[in-house]
Design a binder for this molecule. Structure first.
Ligand SMILES: CC(C)(COP(=O)(O)OP(=O)(O)OC[C@H]1O[C@@H](n2cnc3c(N)ncnc32)[C@H](O)[C@@H]1OP(=O)(O)O)[C@@H](O)C(=O)NCCC(=O)NCCS
Length: 181
């Protein structure tokens, strides 16, 4: 059996990041964190355009904390590609004062585990650095297979899936979750 997020929170050693579900009280922190991490250019990013079209799932918004202080955040957007349902991960950010403690990887792993465990979506897509995400299980998709509503570096379109065949098999434009099979 997998451990719920709340149970992991309780067992956190001092100084180590834990994750918990975000609440509306975290909204201001998350907004400020995303502004710090991505700057004003964040609104022009292609992944942002996806989130403009399709809403994030608030129940898959997580906060990382160190000793009770929020330090990181991740969001998930339910999407589909070519009739296959999945999720777009991002933005993922850790506050500069709390980097290199494992918060970013913990957030990426936990939000993906929670999403895929639901059994409603088959993959977690993101636009990011292979060096960061591939050790966590993400794999590069074939260039051009997945079409975004704007330019993306094809080498940064990465997918995590229980069925690894999906990494090469999923093709098409990003659509809403409800457009999935
Ligand atoms: C990327 C980011 C989320 C990492 O957060 P973090 O909490 O420091 O991550 P972790 O502690 O889990 O991992 C840190 C490790 O990843 C490495 N790393 C960080 N960014 C990396 C990148 N883009 N590519 C490769 N490695 C990276 C760090 O050097 C560090 O390595 P070390 O463990 O050998 O020292 C954070 O740097 C951030 O918010 N950056 C700005 C926003 C951003 O780029 N988000 C990702 C968009 S896809």
């Amino acid at each position: 059996m997998t451990m719920p997020v709340a149970a992991q929170t309780a067992a956190s050693p001092a100084g180590q990041p834990i994750v918990r579900p975000a609440t509306p009280a975290d909204d201001a922190f998350v907004e400020e964190l995303q502004a710090t991490a991505f700057g004003p250019g964040r609104f022009a990013r292609t992944a942002f355009r996806v989130r403009e079209r399709f809403p994030i799932d608030p129940s898959l918004s997580l906060i990382a904390e160190v000793d009770g202080t929020p330090c990181g955040s991740v969001w998930m957007t339910p999407i589909s590609v070519g009739g296959v349902r999945g999720y777009l991960l991002g933005p993922l950010a850790t506050h500069p004062n709390f980097r290199k403690r494992g918060a970013g990887k913990l957030l990426a792993r936990e939000v993906s585990r929670l999403a895929l465990e639901r059994g409603e979506g088959a993959f977690v897509l993101l636009v990011g650095d292979q060096d960061y995400y591939c050790p966590l299980g993400w794999k590069a998709t074939p260039p051009g297979n997945i079409r975004f509503p704007g330019p993306v570096d094809p080498g940064r379109v990465l997918m995590l899936a229980g069925d690894e065949n999906l990494v090469t098999a999923v093709k098409g434009a990003i659509a809403g979750f409800d457009a999935g099979a």
